[in-house]
Design a binder for this molecule. Structure first.
Ligand SMILES: C[S@@+](CC[C@H](N)C(=O)[O-])C[C@H]1O[C@@H](n2cnc3c(N)ncnc32)[C@H](O)[C@@H]1O
Length: 220
């Protein structure tokens, strides 16, 4: 892990045992709405493997484990991973695992059907966001759901809603990168001027009709 990532991981580890409780503030309704959209759009099937990048204390991973076949939560912070594991044990869910992984290398070798990430990608500088999205595309999920700080319209990046270490991109930039790596963006949820959820799907080539679907009609 490089030094800046190590610093970030350490900062999250220091607050890990208070993270869930301290997420109560003016930002909370926005965070909750964003998380709900991520869970709703991920919509896993019972046999799906879901990868949650920047899983933190496992909020999204644990919610999705109710419906998915298997959920893999990955994070750089040992403290956050420890909290997530403890919550998984308390929940009794046995189809969820947590461990070390980065956006650009998830440290998971299995096949992945759906990738999700909530409020984590903004920690990367813009160039690394592109590399992270390329790495996610390489995993060939049928769907990637990204909830995060992102600027819509003319929001002022000098006055970020989430002021702690945010390096948000515009929603348009993220849509461009997702499209560049081969996804079709099928939904955009504007949660707040500075927060949104993007749903990206891998097109399925329907050779009979010659058209491209985000997901084959038979699978919907
Ligand atoms: C604000 S928390 C969000 C956690 C969780 N997704 C949620 O919605 O509550 C951001 C998380 O991203 C993790 N993170 C930051 N940079 C990362 C990276 N490059 N790879 C993996 N995780 C990262 C942090 O350690 C932290 O746990």
């Amino acid at each position: 892990m490089d030094e800046s990532l190590r610093d970030l991981a350490d900062r999250f580890s220091q607050v890990a045992d208070r993270y869930d409780d301290e997420h109560v503030s003016d930002e909370k309704p926005v965070y909750d709405a964003c998380a709900s959209f991520v869970v709703e759009h991920a919509d896993p099937r019972p046999d799906d493997v879901v990868l949650d990048l920047g899983t933190g204390t496992g909020l999204i991973a644990l919610a999705l484990a109710e419906d998915a076949g298997h959920v893999v939560g990955r994070d750089i912070s040992d403290g956050m991973i420890e909290q997530a594991r403890s919550k998984a044990a308390d929940s009794g869910l046995v189809n969820v695992e947590f461990g070390y992984g980065e956006f650009r290398d998830s440290h998971y070798d299995g096949e992945v059907d759906i990738v999700v990430s909530n409020f984590a990608l903004h920690h990367l500088p813009d160039e690394e966001k592109r590399e992270a999205i390329e790495a996610i595309a390489d995993l060939a999920p049928r769907r990637f759901v990204l909830g995060d700080a992102m600027f819509f319209g003319s929001s002022d990046p000098e006055e970020p809603l989430f002021g702690h270490g945010v390096d948000a991109a515009t929603a348009g930039t993220l849509v461009d990168v997702l499209t560049d790596v081969g996804f079709v963006v099928t939904a955009v949820e504007r949660v707040h001027d500075q927060v949104g959820v993007l749903v990206a799907e891998r097109p399925v080539d329907d050779s009979e009709t010659g058209s491209l679907f985000a997901e084959s009609p038979a699978e919907k």
